[in-house]
Design a binder for this molecule. Structure first.
Ligand code: F6P
Length: 533
């Protein structure tokens, strides 16, 4: 299959010029408070800003109305999307075309949550791949159920990094309410041995299952940790260890041969068309499947699929991933905002910012277009954040009164699952109040008490935090990242920027052992000598 037709570079479209003119005329001085006030005053139309800029998508209600946009902004952004061929690019992904052009790979994480082919369905180019997805999913879920039923296993240790760690870790924490009692989940990612040593010291080898998660099965951190875990297991059990490896180690990887060469016979595969940061719904999700069970995992996939269908079929103007992705472009390229803060108001979503950081910054942190030509405009913002209300007592000061404007994305959950009195009302009151305070400010106060206000925020609301709603929230974020990447014309699915450091680390490791500093810059040489002294 061929790569999709090259779209016009976004900054060369007529819509981009129109957006620049709109920004200069109205966007720069836009005041969202006045927009709400004008809306309320217009009795012929009724209050429509909230209605126009919010909508229900599968499992997620999105309110964009506190952002620095009006109808003209959104309409021009929609024109930009058309002129950049956004829908054709989206359709190319869903058709299984090789849109990851630098690696000549299709990008089909949506297939991981696609229901099995039904008789009478239109034949699709990815028909074979879908059959493999379902047979692997069945095997993985059967294994998950077997582990759940095995009372001798009390501890599951996931060894992986990046996409092979952040997703399962985030999701297991997020859905802890649904977790099987009697099993603990641990996540080891860092090559820093303090992490693995700290976890091993809590474990009994006979009761532990190690999952070695690595798409490539070559990542230094993961291979180093996996080897140490295996050595520890062998040291703990002595001669009894060898026959038990099969029951106590499993590998989740596209490189099944390497896992087998490492001595792991229980393997669950996935495919090169699943990017590492998009792999949570593949075999990489095994820790989550063990935690919440096959039924829960299927609900998780179904939630994501519902969002995929929304992204694939809803008209662009009422398509939440498209609206959010275009808003990201508006803020980055016209307002010049260089970061976005994510504030999940649910303690179980504590790892969501880290997960989304990889998703967005590894996908869109690029400075060249798909052909490798340098881009003259900004791409991915810095994404950062902490759960609320904690952030309020730390960096929210800067969000309210600092010199930079940082759009905030709130994520709130309507229903709590605990029965502690008063907590959830206070939590929800706080998230609403923060969004309100950012927007309204306190303009009649002077000096230190002055809040400029007009600070934008988006509000994503889930009814409940369930496997299905988490799946939908993740798919929403994947697709909004697709949208901004597609507008910018970059390849959101490679990550060449991680390679240089990996290569240099190999050289430095050898030099740390030998003390050879010739050819090094003076700073690296000086530090290396200090480390060896
Ligand atoms: O180095 C970056 C990266 O390749 C990520 O893209 C990936 O999620 C992570 O490393 C882990 O890779 P693997 O799953 O192959 O071990």
């Amino acid at each position: 299959m061929t790569a999709p037709l090259a779209a016009t570079r976004c900054d060369r479209t007529a819509a981009w010029a129109a957006l620049q003119a709109h920004f200069a005329a109205e966007g720069e001085g836009f005041d969202v408070r006045q927009a709400f006030a004008a809306d309320a005053a217009d009795t012929s139309l009724g209050a429509k800003r909230f209605a126009n800029f919010s909508q229900q998508a599968p499992h997620v209600f999105a309110d964009l109305s506190k952002n620095l946009i009006d109808e003209q902004t959104e309409s021009l952004l929609q024109t930009l999307a058309q002129q950049c061929g956004l829908e054709a690019q989206r359709d190319a992904m869903f058709a299984g075309e090789k849109i990851n052009t630098t690696e000549q790979r299709a990008v089909m994480h949506f297939l991981l949550r696609q229901p099995a082919q039904q008789a009478g369905d239109q034949p699709q180019p990815w028909h074979e791949a879908l059959a493999q997805v379902h047979s692997t999913l069945s095997a993985m879920l059967a294994y998950a159920e077997q582990v759940r039923a095995d009372e001798r296993i009390t501890d599951v240790v996931n060894i992986g990094i990046g996409g092979s760690d952040l997703g399962p870790q985030m999701a297991v924490l997020a859905l802890a309410e649904f977790s099987i009692p009697g099993k603990r989940f641990h996540f080891v990612s860092n090559v820093d041995g303090h992490e693995l040593a700290g976890i091993l010291s809590q474990l009994d080898a006979e009761k532990t299952l190690f999952l070695v998660a690595s798409k490539t099965f070559t990542t230094t951190e993961t291979m180093t940790n996996a080897l140490s875990a295996k050595r520890w297991f062998e040291a703990q059990l002595g001669a009894a260890a060898a026959p038990k490896i099969a029951r106590h180690f499993a590998a989740l990887t596209t490189n099944v041969a390497a896992a087998q060469a490492f001595g792991i016979s229980s393997t669950f595969g996935f495919w090169d068309w699943v990017g590492g940061r998009y792999s949570l719904m593949s075999a990489i999700g095994l820790p989550l499947a063990i935690s919440i069970g096959a039924v829960g995992f299927k609900e998780f996939l179904a939630g994501a699929h519902a969002m995929d269908e929304h992204f694939r079929t809803a008209p662009a103007a009422r398509n939440v991933p498209i609206r959010l992705g275009l808003l990201d472009v508006w803020y980055r390229n016209f307002h010049g905002f260089s970061s976005r803060s994510l504030a999940p108001y649910h303690s179980a979503l504590q790892r969501l910012p880290a997960y989304l950081q990889q998703l967005e910054m590894e996908s869109n942190g690029k400075r060249v277009d798909r052909t490798g030509a340098a881009l003259p405009f900004d791409t991915a913002p810095v994404l950062w954040g902490e759960p609320g209300t904690n952030g309020q007592h730390a960096y929210f000061q800067m969000l309210h009164q600092g010199t930079d404007v940082v759009p905030v994305e709130f994520v709130a959950v309507k229903k709590a699952t605990h029965s502690l009195l008063g907590h959830h009302d206070k939590l929800l009151a706080n998230v609403l109040a923060q969004a309100q305070a950012l927007m309204l400010g306190q303009v009649d106060a002077g000096g230190h008490r002055h809040f400029p206000g007009n600070r934008p925020s988006t509000f994503l609301l889930l009814d409940e935090l369930t496997p299905a709603s988490l799946g939908a929230l993740i798919a929403l974020q994947e697709h909004r990242v697709f949208v901004s990447g597609a507008i910018w014309g970059i390849n959101s699915f490679d990550q060449w920027g991680v390679e240089l450091g990996k290569m240099l680390a190999k050289d430095v490791e050898a030099r740390l052992a030998s003390g050879e500093v010739s050819g090094l810059d003076a700073s690296t040489a000086g530090l290396l000598q200090k480390l060896r002294a």
